[in-house]
Ligand binder design. Structure first.
Ligand SMILES: *Cc1c(COP(=O)(O)O)cnc(C)c1O
Length: 497
């Protein structure tokens, strides 16, 4: 098998192996690593429909991570997708109304980030060994809520790693904040920052490119790496569940082999939906990819007009993990849209940084017809939660409700009845206040977390996950709140430099 290499979206001469791309996270030139060619797989659905999640993961990851041995991949897969998931299916697919919901929230932090962040530490430490890298890995992450905890849970007490997480103070749910500030592990550091997610993410990107910081860290035996969704070590594991979803629809008799399915993805940083697009290129019969946004609808405008304009009001919504104005992973699609032209991609991204916007020609955009974009307002999101519970007796979290609402709009507009998988990215237990207030007419702000969780239990009939009960009882270990300008110093502080 020929080796697959990765190049930076901003410099084609920046060419690395899969394990090096995982180690680096982001390229030195600020670009994102993309495979030089998309692997093609002959997917045998007769076989795949009977395989477990772990079995399906192997050929998919092998196609992307060609410099990992079979043994290394099996070790990573089986260390990640084990009993820390509370459903043996890992990503169960359930019929709800006229669509199929794929639940990606059965991992340790009850949100979809666990799908990739449970395997990333193993991919990363394996990649370090392969490259004779002797420095301790320092994971630096800005989070809009879910990544932070999922990364902390994945890396806590993993030897030769440290993890530093920045979250927007006041910009995440109470449960999300509690999950992070109670994180155990001597190698974990968590800071609230005074700013929104984009402010924090922009500063983290700057720190990665900060030559002085990197040099000082190297002298002290540390090497920065990213757990954000730009790392191919997160992107590739996410392709797996789209293959799994198709296999499940075949198994459940919803599809004949070869028939198309649609996917609806609640989108923020564009990682999850990009993985669906990669799955399509890999050979999964996916017809439409519905990109669902909340009121931060920068991607919806982009797909409708070709203009990406981050200069707009940042809305704090009931689906905070999608409150994003700069969707980093879109750069990989933009690179493809430019015909793999790194200079042009770099110019567009520079324009985004310097002018706040860029534009892709309509003709180019039109050749990406498989993308359909729709937004859901907060009110529509709440109504969706309520109506799906009433009609289908199934309780959606606000992110999944955004997707469900976008799908309803898609169906109304296109009358397309292709079997559709709605990607459920969080358990309703993660956002109890939004969920309960969507369903109850009364004011719920006086209810304690405990009471809200009890309400979610009553409404959904789903057992309270261990992830929730344990967090309510745990001790708070991380209390520091920083200005954005103090983030760099906090890295030194964390590492005792
Ligand atoms: C991160 C996240 C999203 C957005 O996913 P992207 O890959 O960033 O587009 C959606 N929902 C939840 C619950 C998330 O945690």
């Amino acid at each position: 098998m020929t080796e697959l290499h990765y190049i930076s979206t901003r410099d084609k001469n920046n060419r690395v192996t899969a394990s090096q791309a995982i180690l680096k996270g982001i390229a030195e030139d600020g670009g994102l690593y993309v495979p030089t060619t998309m692997p093609q797989l002959s997917l045998n659905w007769e076989t795949l429909q009977h395989q477990s999640y772990q079995e399906i993961a192997f050929p998919i990851l092998k196609a992307f991570l060609t410099d990992f041995s079979d043994e290394e991949l099996q070790y990573c897969i089986h260390s990640a997708y084990d009993t820390t998931f509370d459903d043996p299916a890992i990503a169960p697919v359930k019929k709800v109304g006229n669509a199929y919901i794929m639940e990606l929230f059965h991992g340790r932090t009850i949100a979809f980030k666990d799908m990739a962040l449970s395997i990333l530490p193993y991919l990363l430490t394996t990649a370090a060994q392969k490259n004779q890298q002797d420095k301790d890995i320092v994971i630096l992450t800005a989070t809009s809520g879910d990544t932070g905890k999922a990364a902390l849970a994945g890396f806590a007490d993993v030897p030769h790693t440290k993890i530093i997480v920045f979250y927007p103070k006041g910009g995440v749910s109470t449960i999300q904040e509690r999950q992070m500030v109670t994180q155990a592990g001597d190698n974990t550091f968590v800071y609230g920052v005074k700013g929104n997610f984009d402010d924090a993410q922009t500063m983290v990107k700057k720190l990665f490119n900060d030559a002085t910081l990197n040099q000082t860290l190297a002298e002290k035996g540390f090497q920065l790496s990213s757990a954000n969704s730009i790392n191919i070590g997160r992107l590739c594991p996410q392709v797996v569940y789209y293959v799994y979803a198709y296999a499940q629809l075949v198994k459940q008799g919803a599809l004949q082999i070869g028939e198309a399915m649609n996917v609806v993805v609640p989108t923020g940083n564009f990682g999850n939906i990009l993985a669906a697009y990669y799955a399509k290129q890999l050979g999964v019969p996916i017809q439409t990819l519905v990109c669902a946004s909340n009121e931060n609808d920068v991607l919806v405008d982009f797909f409708h007009t070709g203009t990406y304009n981050r200069q707009r009001k940042f809305e704090v919504t009931s689906s905070p993990s999608m409150d994003i104005l700069v969707s980093s992973n879109l750069e990989r699609l933009i690179f493809e849209m430019t015909g793999s032209n790194a200079e042009e991609t770099k110019a567009l991204m520079d324009s985004l940084t310097n002018n706040g916007h860029y534009h892709i020609e309509k003709e180019v955009l039109h050749s990406y017809e498989e993308f359909y974009a729709a937004r859901a307002s907060q009110e529509e999101t709440a109504q969706t939660i309520e109506s799906v519970l009433t009609k289908e007796n199934y309780l959606l979290d606000p992110h999944t409700a955004v997707a469900q609402c976008a799908y309803t709009k898609y169906q109304q507009e296109t009358k397309d009845n292709t079997p559709t998988v709605i990607v459920s990215t969080a358990s309703p237990y993660k956002f109890p206040q939004s969920v309960v207030s969507a369903v109850k007419d009364s004011d719920v702000s006086a209810l304690s977390d405990q009471q809200l969780i009890e309400e979610v239990h009553q409404l959904s009939g789903v057992e309270i996950p261990l992830a929730v009960t344990s967090v309510l009882e745990a001790e708070i270990r991380h209390t520091r709140v920083l200005e954005i300008s103090e983030m760099k110093q906090s890295v030194y502080d964390s590492l005792n430099i």
